[in-house]
Design a protein. Structure first.
Length: 399
């Protein structure tokens, strides 16, 4: 009983400290420093599909705080430290959920290969987990046409809006809706700007298992009103070459990416393969937004794509286990303060699907409310058929 009381006190003081930090906005900026961030409260309800186990239900609550510190010692030097803290509590769970992953882990995610382990879990109990991680920690030096960044950072390569085949360093899942900053990696990045919209870039991200490290170079140019990307390098046990573009056709966005991988002779992958995607989007004058995207994975399966297919595809950077994937989204500003959207993914081979309706509302300055559902359907062992249904309510206060 005393241990439970001590745990409750620690949780209370943590939440109070996070809210107090958010209230000190007036003191969060200095001449050489800036401090920004947010506190989010996410309530999640997860219901399993009957064909997986007996219908199960889980209700959880996660408090997520983020502090983004910037340091500007000179005009050419910038430092950053960004820390994330999660406090996750399991509120309700019935016996049918035993062995089923928590709500936060129920959606397939792309792991991040990092050299340093900068995560701490001071509380790790069955019903309560407290974890803190350093999500960004980098130093950036800029002089003329040269920019060098070292540390844990976001190396964002890619032009598409749902899946990015050429994003060698930080691939992510379009289902990961609650991580707007997207993953980061421990690496070194060198950029040389040859013009206003052109550059040469070299980046490396080592990991302890050296065969999983990534080293690559990218050239970006602008021709015919299109941004064109060309890249090559090493990822894991393979050599990669790729290209991408971004431009417009009659006012609508037109993008594409392609990555070809040549596995080493000692690799478990028997032959080269292509992963490519094409997307288009358009915004009408009344704010109605349309997005469509197609992804092709030469190594993907045309059969049921659930189970181990997910883990294999993510580990190899293939983004999806299916041979073909279709993504769509529609959105509209219902009022100046309310925006609604519906996104969806279809696996045309095993006929499993995902639909995600959401509503975002600005309640006040720096205070936002979001309601989002993740609805999955399909037969057993298909890509989305075993994931059930999820509902999330989120309140976010920025500072």
């Amino acid at each position: 009983m005393r241990e439970c009381q001590r745990l409750n006190r620690r949780v209370f003081f943590l939440v109070a400290s996070l809210l107090l930090l958010a209230s000190f906005r007036a003191f969060a900026s200095w001449d050489e420093y800036t401090l920004r961030g947010y506190v989010k409260d996410l309530v999640g309800l997860h219901r399993t599909d009957p064909h997986l186990v007996e219908p199960g239900l889980r209700l959880s609550n996660t408090i997520h705080a983020r502090q983004n510190l910037r340091w500007y010692p000179t005009y050419t030097l910038t430092g950053a430290l960004e820390v994330k803290t999660w406090l996750a509590a399991l509120l309700i769970e019935n016996e049918a959920m035993d062995g089923i992953e928590p709500v936060a882990e129920g959606v397939p995610e792309f792991g991040q290969a990092r050299y340093f382990d900068w995560s701490w879990t001071p509380i790790d109990q069955e019903d309560v987990t407290l974890m803190t991680t350093i999500d960004r920690a980098w130093v950036d030096w800029y002089a003329g046409q040269i920019q060098v960044t070292a540390g844990r950072q976001r190396i964002a390569w890619g032009t598409n809006l749902a899946w990015n085949p050429i994003d060698l360093f930080n691939p992510y899942s379009p289902l990961d809706f609650d991580n707007e900053e997207r993953p980061g990696t421990d690496g070194l990045r060198f950029q040389y700007y040859t013009g206003p919209s052109s550059k040469v870039e070299v980046a490396a991200a080592p990991v302890e298992e050296f065969e999983k490290s990534v080293t690559a170079a990218l050239v970006k140019i602008n021709r015919w009103r299109y941004d064109l990307h060309f890249l090559g390098g090493r990822r894991g046990r393979g050599t990669v070459v790729g290209t991408a573009w971004a431009g417009q056709i009659r006012g609508g966005g037109f993008r594409g990416e392609a990555l070809y991988t040549y596995p080493d002779e000692d690799s478990h992958i028997p032959e080269p393969y292509l992963v490519a995607g094409v997307s288009g989007d358009y915004t009408f004058p009344n704010s109605f937004y349309l997005l469509g995207e197609v992804l092709f994975n030469q190594r993907g399966t045309t059969g049921p794509a659930g189970g181990l297919h997910w883990a294999t595809a993510i580990a190899e950077g293939e983004l999806t286990p299916a041979r073909t994937s279709l993504f769509g989204q529609v959105a509209l500003n219902i009022t100046p303060l309310i925006r609604g959207s519906i996104s969806g993914i279809l696996n045309p081979h095993d006929r499993s699907w995902y639909i995600g309706p959401s509503i975002d509302q600005s309640l006040a300055t720096d205070l936002d409310f979001t309601a989002i559902a993740l609805i999955f359907g399909g037969d057993e062992r298909t890509e989305f058929g075993d994931l059930g249904q999820m509902l999330f309510l989120r309140l976010k206060m920025s500072f």
